[in-house]
Design a protein around this ligand. Sequence first.
Ligand code: AMP
Ligand code: ZN
Length: 113
Amino acid sequence: MSSTCLFCRIVNGEIPAKKLYEDDDVFAFWDITPQAPKHFLVIPKKHLSGPGAVSVEDEALIGKVVRIGAELAKENGVEQCRLVMNNGAEAGQTVFHLHLHVLGGRPMSWPPG
Ligand code: AMP
Ligand code: ZN
């Protein structure tokens, strides 16, 4: 846990968020600036700064983040969706607590901008 990390503070309830799912390891909430009709974030409760900080011991945890993201997408009517993790500022990462974006509800183009 990092007391200065926005997403750690959301997990701890210090900052409000529209929670979608929570268990012992994972937390999911709607993105505050949605980029699609359905856009939510799935995060490990453990503070990891991003994909580049994932170690072997975190592999099961990050697999769970992906599984929960896909399940929540299906439950929310967007089984066909875009799952994105930005890794570093140049890639568009602005919050340095690993998060999986799940976006759906509109056609997606490729490549991303
Ligand atoms: P990234 O640019 O990949 O780091 O994504 C960070 C995401 O967090 C962006 O899509 C933001 O809209 C979202 N975000 C930032 N602050 C909040 C918040 N307080 N509640 C929900 N989503 C947030
Ligand atoms: Zn954090």
